[in-house]
Design a protein around this ligand. Structure first.
Ligand SMILES: Cc1cc2nc3c(=O)[nH]c(=O)nc-3n(C[C@H](O)[C@H](O)[C@H](O)COP(=O)(O)O)c2cc1C
Length: 206
């Protein structure tokens, strides 16, 4: 099983999403004899914002790319290759200011590539990264899973849309809310997310 683990939290050992993605991968490794894990750490290696030159290179046919354009999109190509190879994609998504953080947004901007991860057809855009299972492990200070605050969650809906746009339509979210709450609330939230991860990884291994 080829797994791509994507971490985006800048919080190192204090990160909840890093703890959850590590747990997810460890549980799959425990349940499967052959697991190949690739890690993309967006905090350790920051992905550059898109420049006009990079966007120009994205829209240039591969055979016409100049050497400097090839260099500009080398990291993007590498990250798209990783997505193509993966069967299971695990994404750690810390909520920053009601949505995904900048690390994850710049990654998405670099992998949403016309001709590579989506294409335009007579019937509109078509995603090309099909047949993969995606698990998004979200941590947030508050709780947006129900009630009036759920409207303030611009992370879950956004990720579902953009992942679907590139063909990643099988997406499961695990929420770990209340990280700004009491020690008790935090522990109970992590325990619940961990239990969901145990169930999901068991199903994946069937
Ligand atoms: C810059 C920043 C912005 C944040 N914005 C929000 C927010 O809008 N809503 C929220 O519920 N929590 C917010 N938080 C809390 C984080 O979502 C929470 O600490 C979570 O555990 C982050 O995941 P991590 O531990 O993997 O980094 C914010 C934290 C930081 C550092």
């Amino acid at each position: 099983m080829n797994i791509l683990k994507i971490n985006s939290s800048p919080m190192g050992d204090n990160s909840t999403t890093r703890r959850l993605t590590a747990d997810f991968v460890a549980q799959i490794a425990q349940k499967n004899s052959s697991v190949d894990v690739v890690e993309r750490d967006l905090a350790a290696q920051q992905v550059p914002l898109l420049s006009a030159e990079t966007i120009g290179a994205f829209y240039t046919p591969p055979q016409s790319l100049a050497a400097d354009q090839q260099a500009l999109i080398a990291l993007s190509n590498e990250m798209v290759d990783e997505l193509e190879t993966a069967q299971v994609i695990v994404i750690g998504a810390p909520m920053h200011n009601f949505s995904i953080n900048g690390q994850l947004k710049t990654y998405i901007d670099q992998i949403a590539r016309v001709g590579r991860t989506f294409q335009y057809t007579e019937n509109g855009p078509q995603g090309l990264l099909t047949g993969k299972q995606v698990f998004v492990l979200v941590a947030s200070g508050g709780d947006y899973t129900s009630g009036p605050y759920s409207k303030m969650d611009h992370l879950t809906g956004y990720l579902k849309t953009v992942l679907g746009f590139v063909g990643l339509s099988q997406v499961t979210f695990v929420q770990c809310p209340n990280m700004a709450g009491s020690e008790e609330a935090k522990a109970s939230s992590v325990a619940s997310a961990t239990a969901q991860i145990a169930e999901l990884t068991a199903k994946l291994s069937e």
